[in-house]
Design a protein around this ligand. Sequence first.
Ligand SMILES: Nc1ncnc2c1ncn2[C@@H]1O[C@H](COP(=O)(O)OP(=O)(O)O)[C@@H](O)[C@H]1O
Ligand SMILES: [Mg+2]
Length: 353
Amino acid sequence: MSPDLLKPLMDAVPMPLVLIGRNERVVVANASADGLFGVLENDRHYATVLRQPALLDCIEAALRGDTQQESQFVRRDATRDTTYRALAAPVRIDGRDGILLSLEDIGHVEAAGQMRRDFVANVSHELRTPLTAVLGFIETLQGPAREDSAAQDRFLEMMQREASRMSRLIQDLLSLSRVEATERQRPTGRIDVAALVTSASMTLGPLVRETGVTLDVRGADEAVEIPGDADQILQVITNLTENAIKYGGSSVTVELFAPERDPVLRATAVRIEVRDDGDGIDPIHIPRLTERFYRVDNHRSREMGGTGLGLAIVKHIVNRHRGRMRVESKAGQGSRFVVVLPHATGEGAVLGG
Ligand SMILES: Nc1ncnc2c1ncn2[C@@H]1O[C@H](COP(=O)(O)OP(=O)(O)O)[C@@H](O)[C@H]1O
Ligand SMILES: [Mg+2]
């Protein structure tokens, strides 16, 4: 096994690789392994450079049993730990045996696991709050309020409100998981965005009347067709308009613009704008608004019956349609949510995240 021949080949591989001979000495290590362990001189015993017990056991077992072994290796530095999946595979090159140790950075798997744990913790917390309230009301109805019919009505009403909150949360969670599941599939339908804008404003009629906000719909008189999923785009318009009504000031405008070339998507696209004249959003919050459960004002969102998932759902739907969303706002000056959707099939940029 000539190191001179193997070294250039192994250097071209981005993952750390160490070839260890049957005599337990390092034959050659690639540049990436040098970066991880410090420069590995050939002919040194592998145990003097690799050191972590789990890794040593794995290599020893592979050498002894001539079978592939797997383990983990954690690199610790001042700021963070990086976990690698270590594979020790028996190899035979030029009639000589050895073990090829490869290390795969699985940090992204860990990060995904952490995200999942955070999400489950968030969901549990969001469900527990109304559930605790409902349990408390039941106790009161069974005890102190047993004979008090006025109190019973009041508690039943509060229980209904908390149960509706749980129901909305479940609905939004299901919506989010459906949207995520289909995010890589292009929508196949053709939809009329103007009709959807009109339909969203009708659906929100009761909320408009209840809050006294003026809702002004513009540009939705003539049909504007795009490829898309009608239910999903309706949800986008409804969520944005509902937010503007709930968190905005006294007037909300939803405006649909005729198709024009979008410089970012580099395609013809339709633009939907939802504007309000409310308190606006401090710019430090804007990049995080589409994160699940992120709210600028927790108390206000809860009071308004929000789940904190509306904009996360919007983001995934817009991504699926290969469109883009922009939020413009200054504290005290209202907000403008802009959604741009490609007008024709086969156009539009692919968005990450
Ligand atoms: N038009 C708006 N004006 C001010 N704040 C807004 C507006 N739209 C959204 N927000 C903020 O973004 C947060 C996240 O919105 P969303 O994901 O729809 O969740 P929810 O409405 O359930 O709280 C809201 O809680 C609110 O703080
Ligand atoms: Mg919302």
